[in-house]
Design a protein around this ligand. Sequence first.
Ligand SMILES: Cc1cc2nc3c(=O)[nH]c(=O)nc-3n(C[C@H](O)[C@H](O)[C@H](O)COP(=O)(O)OP(=O)(O)OC[C@H]3O[C@@H](n4cnc5c(N)ncnc54)[C@H](O)[C@@H]3O)c2cc1C
Length: 417
Amino acid sequence: MASALTSEIPGADPAWHRRHDHPYFKESHYKLQRFVREYVDREIAPNVEEWERNAEVPEAAFKRHASLGFLAASAFPIPKEYVKGVTLPAGLSVDEWDEFHDAIIIDEMARCACLGTIWGINGGATVGGPPPRPLWVATAEGKISCSSSAWTATSLSLFGSDVAGLTTIAKKTPDGKHYVLSGEKKWVTQGRWATHGLVAARTGPAGAKGISVFIVPLDNEKISKRKIENSGVSSSGSTYMEFDEILVPAENLLGKENQGFEIIMSTFAHERLWVGITALRLGRVAYEDSYRYALKRETFGKPLFENQVIRQKFSRMANLLEPTQAYVEELVYRSVRLPSLDFSPLAAMLKVQAAHNLEKISRETQQVFGGLGYSRQGQGQRVEQISRDVRVLVVSGGSEEILLDMIAKQQRKLAHL
Ligand SMILES: Cc1cc2nc3c(=O)[nH]c(=O)nc-3n(C[C@H](O)[C@H](O)[C@H](O)COP(=O)(O)OP(=O)(O)OC[C@H]3O[C@@H](n4cnc5c(N)ncnc54)[C@H](O)[C@@H]3O)c2cc1C
C-alpha cells in the first residue's frame, strides 16, 4: 500500500494520511497525494513569492501544469468521455478517477500557500455546457479542445452577489448569426492572459430567466482590459473588462438562450466545495508554520510553546480544522450522490464556515509570529501572504451574507415548511 507524504507536526495534515483503513481513500488516492505534494514542493511553492511579485504565473509553468494533466482533471465531475487519452496527474486513468482524487488535488495545490498562484495556474481552466453542447476541456498541452478548435485556457466573467440582476447585455443580430455583447466585469481572474471568457449576459426579461452564457474570445479590440490591484492574489491576473458592442458568434452560446442561470448555478456547488477545501488547507499551512515557530522561538527563557496560553491557541485552531475536515470528506462523498438542490446548501455551509475559520486562524497564527507575521520575508512569510488572501475567500464564490440567507431559505424549501 502506498503511503502519504505527510508532516510530522500534529494537525498539519489530515488524519487519513496515516489511516489506511479509511473508507474513502484507496491506493490511487495515496499515490496521487504523493505525486501532487512532490510537484508542489519542487515546482510551485519555491516560486510563488516571485510569481506574486511579478503579478503573473509564467507561461512555461502553466504549460508544465497542463502537461501533467492538472487542467484536464479540473473538470468536475470529470467528463470521462471527453478526456479519454489525456494523461491525468500521477498517470492515473480516467476510469479510476473519482471525487476524492479531485479533492486531493485541490488540497495539495493549496499547500503552495498562495491563492494568487492557485487561481493563476488553474482557475477557470475548464468550461462546459449541458448536452448537446460538448464539454470544452483543457488538454495536456494547455489547450481547450472543442470539436476541431484548440484554445488556450479560459477564465470566467460573470457577476456580483446578485446574479439574476446582472447588467451585461447580449442582443441577437437580425440575421441570427451573432450576438452583440456590451457590459463590464470587475475581477476577471486570469483575465490578463485568458484567450476566452465564460460571459453571462442578459438576453431576455429581468430576473433569472433572461440570462444566457457565452464563450467569448477575448482577443478583440472592442474589449478593454485593466489590471486590478488587490490586497493579495497578485499572480491571479485579476482584470477589469469592458465589452463595447462586441460580436459573438451565435454558436458560442452555451446551452440554450435564457437558460444560463442554471449553468451559472451548477458551477457554484463545486466552487464552494473548492473554497472549503482550499481554506481548510491554507489554515493548516498557517497552523504548521506557526507551530514550528512556537517550538523554537524563545522568550523569557523558554520556547513560546511552553506557555499554556500559546498551547491553547493551537488547540482552538485544531478545533476549527478537524471538524471541518470531517465535513469536507462527507461532502466530497455526497457531491456526486446528492441531487444538486440538496447539495448546494451543504456546500454553501462548508464555504462559509471554512472561510470564517481561516479568518480566525490567520489572526491567531500571525499573533504567534509576532512582528514576523507582518513581514513579507522570513519565517512568517506564508502566514503574512495568507492574511492578505483570506478576505477574498469570504467574499467570492458567494459572499457570506448571501449564502447564509440562501442556506436558510433552501433548507426550508426542501423541508416543505
Ligand atoms: C480578487 C477577486 C477575484 C474575483 N474573481 C472573479 C472571477 O474570476 N469571476 C467572477 O465571476 N467573479 C470574480 N470575483 C467577484 C466576486 O465573485 C464578487 O466580488 C462577489 O460575488 C461579491 O460581489 P460584489 O463584489 O459585487 O459585492 P456586492 O454584491 O456589491 O456586495 C457587497 C457586500 O454586501 C453584501 N450583500 C449584497 N447584497 C446583500 C443583501 N441583499 N443582503 C445582505 N448583504 C448583501 C455582500 O455579501 C457583500 O458583503 C472576484 C472578486 C475578487 C475580489
